[in-house]
Design a protein around this ligand. Structure first.
Ligand code: 3HC
Length: 706
């Protein structure tokens, strides 16, 4: 068998085995579709071949079209579509043998084949919507014919990866093969079906489409059900329209409609931003100053110190991904409280139907409550998640230094304390780094790894890898006040408070940001987290820094006893037992009075001004972070905003979004506000240079290494 080609062919006793070998994930890059076509045509012409098996080399079947070719002049789906037609039309049956992933164009190839066999660990899906497009090689026409339009729409509009066993139940996979025995099982299957006179083609089926004929309202219902999460986006709606076409048009017409709907999306602003986010999330894993082959420290067991909200959420993240984890609290009472909070969280998910009871029990069994430091000494990694005060953290790290086995990784989940202060109380600062989770820790994707002055390369590389293993997106940050994510978000928080002093109401600011794409507005988010935390840290800051600009209205609200949802009032008012924020005219009146007392003139704001004030303030800070070399690349900041703060993904991220306005305009506006509002808007010199050279923010390189 010739090596080095993208698609190989081998005749195994009358079965043509076509192997796709395009590492790392067998994307359908130029040459792959052509290779498949050539071998299918050749097999059809060769009497010595009775049936075919299509299989992937390496770790996967096919992960889909090559995303790098989208938006370039070469339109990838054209070649893809021809491949599907030729597979479909093959007179000799083709068995798609799936391991790893069959995604997008990869699953479409399997659907154009005549039989599908997979190992249980395989995953299949049509994730195109996640990059702003739709399955453009027949997926929207074949999948509904195979599993019915409702199930197909659910898969296509969510883009989720469906595990092989579920795919088998749904009817996507015909047969499951034993793990490690896929090739043999697929060849055996091909032999069994080799003499089938009528090769089964999904395109010829319409029994499952009856569901839509019986209930034509399913499409409208689907549009309604996605309306909230799909707002401002086109791709999810085009996905539904394409499935609708599958139900209403003959197959070939449906394929044409799918193409039109695809073409509308490929170069849309949303698709470009989502492609950017996809690659930025891969780039963030690359550590320019740590060799790729740095051996990682093995992690089998983990411990969390502190069973508060954060510690509990972190323990849940570990349990979700099968890590046994010990949860340490000094007092049994605090431990019990922490555990019942975890249980209550799981029970809510069970009630909602997003978690089975069996899975809840499995996860709970992985979390072992302990009360003595000696109980965690043999763990490979410990994450400290205690109260955010330096003396408390120092105390914990002194104890960890005494009890943890040599080589154990000592991570701290601090959101703002200097990592070196913590590391230096131990005799092993090389083993210490920050691992900053975002609340709620079991939900938010960002895992900010913070590099201390003495953190060893393998301490950092293992932290980055650990984040990935517990389902997070890891990003590296330099040590310094607020690290990268929170530091770049802080000016946003400052501006939202100041704008309220100047006359914008919390409900207006929230509406602007929700319309922009955030799932909830910043004032509602603050009410949800509780306003007392911010209050405490503002008081501390004010004590430390005589020039600190006080947030008098935010302080007033807390002093009125309005701490957010938990007290039934904060920036909004809440009905008993309901989380819906209601604007509060009484508060609006108080704000006006306070502003008058402070001598701040109130005025009206337009929506664009609110959006820009919040986000440009953060762009300016992000530029300072780049200037100081506290981050590897600008796109890492975007990844952090997506995973840590729910920035709307289809806008790419903070810096990508600012580029859609243009770096020169961002700079001009910041300069104007510097004149108007003073020092806090002083433009970063780094931003000025980008504006002068016309360098896009997202491509900006830090001024010095981290
Ligand atoms: N095109 C181009 N490159 C791809 C790719 C794709 N479809 N999928 C993965 N890659 C690259 C990644 O960029 C990365 O490259 P790097 O090492 O240079 O950074 C490398 O492959 C490995 O990827 P991951 O780090 O993501 O590997 P994982 O093992 O963590 O994940 C995966 C594997 C689940 C397959 C994930 O890569 C993924 O989700 N890929 C995208 C799948 C997808 O969206 N497919 C649909 C494409 S659109 C389509 O098919 C259109 C058709 O309908 C017409």
């Amino acid at each position: 068998m010739p090596e080095g080609t993208l698609v190989r062919f081998e005749n195994v006793d009358g079965i043509g085995v076509i192997t796709i070998d395009n590492p790392p994930v067998n994307a359908l890059s130029p040459g792959v579709p052509e290779g498949i076509v050539e071998n299918v045509e050749r097999s059809n012409a060769d009497p010595a071949v009775r049936a075919m098996v299509l299989i992937g080399a390496g770790r996967s079947f096919i992960a889909g079209a090559d995303i790098r070719t989208f938006g370039t002049r070469r339109a990838p789906p054209v070649e893809g579509r021809r491949t599907h037609q030729i597979l479909d039309a093959s007179q000799k049956p083709v068995v798609a043998a799936i391991h790893g992933y069959a995604l997008g164009g990869g699953l479409e190839i399997a659907l154009a084949s005549h039989y599908r066999i997979a190992v249980p660990s395989a995953k299949v899906g049509l994730p195109e919507v996640l990059i702003g497009i739709l399955p453009g090689s027949g997926g929207t026409q074949r999948l509904p014919r195979l599993i019915g339009p409702k199930a197909a729409m659910e898969m296509i509009t969510s883009g989720r990866h469906v595990p092989a066993e579920e795919a088998h139940r749904l009817g996507i996979i015909d047969e499951l093969a034993p793990e490690g025995g896929l090739r043999e099982a697929a060849i055996a299957m091909a032999r069994r079906v080799a003499d089938t006179r009528l090769v089964p083609r999904i395109r010829d089926r319409d029994d499952k489409l009856a569901e839509a004929k019986a209930d034509p309202g399913i499409f409208e219902a689907m549009r309604k059900s996605i309306a909230r999460r799909a707002r401002n986006q086109k791709a999810p709606y085009n996905c539904i329209a394409a499935v609708e076409a599958a139900c209403n048009l003959p197959f070939e017409d449906g394929i044409r409609r799918e193409r039109e709907l695809f073409d509308e999306l490929e170069n849309s602003a949303e698709a470009r931003a989502l492609r950017y986010a996809f690659f930025a999330e891969r780039e963030v894993a690359k550590l320019p100053d740590i060799p790729r082959d740095t051996p990682l420290r093995p992690i089998k067991t983990a411990a969390i110190v502190g069973a508060g909200t954060m510690g509990g959420g972190i323990a849940m993240s570990f349990a979700e991904f099968d890590f046994p984890v010990k949860l340490l609290e000094a007092s049994q009472e605090a431990l019990d409280r922490g555990l019942s909070r975890i249980r209550a969280n799981y029970e809510t998910s069970v009630k909602r139907g997003s978690l089975t009871e069996a899975e809840m029990n499995r996860r709970l069994a992985l979390i072992e409550p302990v009360t003595r430091y000696d109980d965690i000494g043999q763990c490979d990694v410990v994450i400290e998640a205690v109260f955010e005060r330096i003396p408390v953290k120092e105390e914990v790290f002194k104890k960890l230094d005494q009890v943890m086995k040599p080589g154990a990784l000592l991570y701290t989940n601090t959101s703002g304390i200097d990592i070196d202060i913590i590391a230096n109380v131990t005799k092993r600062p090389q083993d210490v780094a920050g691992t900053h989770f975002f609340a709620p820790a079991n939900v938010m994707k960002l895992f900010e790894v913070v590099k201390g002055a003495k953190s060893a390369p393998d301490t950092l590389a293992t932290a980055m890898d650990l984040g990935r293993k517990i389902g997070k997106i890891s990003g590296m940050a330099g040590n310094g006040d607020g690290f990268v994510a929170n530091r770049s978000r802080t000016p946003f928080g400052t501006e939202m408070n100041i704008m309220v002093e100047e006359g914008a109401l919390p409900e207006q600011v929230d509406k602007v940001m929700v319309d922009f794409g955030y799932p909830i507005g910043p004032f509602s988010t603050a009410d949800l987290s509780g306003l007392d935390i911010g209050y405490d840290s503002r008081q501390r800051r004010a004590q430390q820094d005589p020039n600190y600009r006080k947030m008098q209205i935010a302080d007033m609200i807390v002093e009125m006893g309005r701490l957010g949802q938990k007290t039934g009032a904060g920036w909004f008012r809440y009905e008993k037992g309901d989380r819906t924020p209601h604007p509060d005219p009484e508060l609006a009146q108080k704000i006006r009075e306070k502003a008058a007392e402070l001598g701040i003139a109130q005025r009206t704001f337009n929506d664009e001004e609110i959006l820009r004030r919040l986000l440009f303030a953060s762009v300016n800070e992000a530029c300072k972070i780049l200037e100081e070399g506290k981050v590897y690349r600008a796109s890492d900041i975007d990844v952090m905003w997506l995973g840590g703060f729910n920035f709307p993904r289809y806008r790419g991220g903070l810096m990508y979004w600012a580029d859609t306005i243009g770096v020169a305009e961002v700079y001009r506006q910041i300069q104007a506000w510097h004149q108007q509002y003073g020092a806090r808007w002083a433009p970063s010199p780094f931003l000025r240079r980008l504006a002068e050279t016309g360098t896009p923010l997202r491509e900006a390189k830090p001024s010095r290494p981290m």
